[in-house]
Every structure is written in C-alpha cells, then in structure tokens.
Design a protein around this ligand. Structure first.
Ligand SMILES: [Zn+2]
Ligand SMILES: [Zn+2]
Ligand SMILES: [Zn+2]
Length: 225
C-alpha cells in the first residue's frame, strides 16, 4: 500500500467525497473504479474493479484445476504423459467434444463435477493439445470413411464420375443445404446421423461425390439461381 494511504489510514483521515476504500487492496479510489452494486456502500461493490477481476481470474483457474484433477489426479496427458498443465485439455472419450464445447466451459465444468468419479473416467480424459488434435482428427477421419462406405454400400466411388480415389470423395447433401447442417451438427455428428439412417432414406439426402464433381455441382447451382 502506498505510504500516503497508510498514513491516511493511520490518521483516520476522512475519505473525500466521490471516493471509497477497496476492501481488498485498501487503496482509496474514485467511485468509478468500482462496479455498480445497488445494495453496496455508495451503490458500489466493496472491492475495486482491478481486485474483482484478479479475483475472478484466480477463481476461474482454481475451478479449471479442480476439474482437471477430478478427471485425472496425476494431471498428465493420458496418451503421452506430458505434464505441462497449460497444454492439458479435456477430451470427451467418445468424441462429443465439439458439441459440448458449444455449451461453454462453465456448464461443461459443472457437468463434470456433478458426475460420479467412476463416470468421469468413463467419459473424460486429459490429453495434451497434440494428442487431442491427433485423436480427434483420426476419429473424424475414420467415421468419415465409415459414412462414405455406408452410403456407397462398401464400394466407395463418386456417384457421378465413378472415381474411387478415397482422398477426393466427399459427402454431398443432395438438396444443397449442406453447409447449414454441417455448421449446426459439426462433421462428427453429421456422419453419426448418416450411419444411423436407413440406407434408403440416407440415399434421398446424401450422395458421394468427388471434390471435382461436388465443385461443378456448386457452380451449376449458382448459375441457375
Ligand atoms: Zn482493490
Ligand atoms: Zn499427449
Ligand atoms: Zn466425380
């Protein structure tokens, strides 16, 4: 605390009008340095904005650590055992992560802390950023292949030109509203949805096109609009 403030405190000098002492750092600050709070003294919060934000950051960090520890008390990556806690991420073992992240971290954290410790280890694991990235890209890669193979009844090829180069094959929404569903569900859930459909129904909505045919289709659609 600055010396003049300590002296002011010692001497119990009156705090000038429009100012207030922060209950956390003890500094005397202008009322505008405190958030509004109708039931507080002078209609302001007891601690200044700076103290409140530091406090919030600390609490948030503590909450994150609590959640990470609840998932894996050793605080290491489940695959490569990297123990840099800055790199650790919460991975949903069965790949619902993208969907859950849309809930926001607060709700995700609450959800995890409300699970029993058995259920937590069944559903979540800690992975470092690299392992998480690798896992999720291979997950969506293999489920993408599953969906392509399902739609093409085990014989993956472009429905239009019949090329069978897997790397070029894409799943196309026949009625051309693909980007909307893609954005709403994310690729993983979209592939899941395809795999859960009756083949006959799936064929009314989806087809396999190579990237070239898909691209040409888009151009033709645009020209006819
Ligand atoms: Zn303060
Ligand atoms: Zn790792
Ligand atoms: Zn094609």
């Amino acid at each position: 605390m600055p010396l003049d403030l300590i002296i002011a405190k010692e001497l119990k000098l009156p705090i000038p009008k429009g100012f207030k002492r922060c209950t956390k750092c003890g500094h005397i600050k202008s009322l505008t340095d405190f958030h509004k709070f109708t039931r507080g003294k002078f209609g302001r919060m007891p601690a200044c904005k700076v103290c409140e934000s530091t406090c919030r950051k600390i609490k948030w960090k503590e909450l994150r650590m609590k959640v990470l520890r609840y998932i894996n008390s050793q605080l290491i990556c489940n695959y490569c055992r990297n123990n840099d806690i800055r790199l650790l991420q919460i991975d949903h073992i069965h790949g619902q992560g993208t969907q859950e992240r849309k809930l926001g971290y607060r709700r995700l954290y609450n959800r995890i802390l409300n699970l029993s410790s058995d259920d937590v280890t069944k559903e979540y694991q800690l992975l470092c950023a690299n392992c998480n990235h690798k896992k999720n890209s291979s997950d969506s890669y293999s489920i993408r292949l599953d969906a392509i193979s399902y739609l093409s009844e085990g014989n993956p090829k472009c429905f239009n030109c019949e090329t069978s180069d897997l790397k070029t094959l894409q799943i196309d929404h026949i009625h051309g509203d693909g980007h909307i569903e893609f954005a709403r569900l994310g690729s993983y859930r979209l592939y899941k949805r395809i795999l859960s459909m009756e083949l006959e129904n799936a064929h009314q909505e989806f087809q396999i096109l190579c990237a070239n045919c898909n691209w040409l289709k888009k151009i033709i659609l645009r020209q006819n609009r």
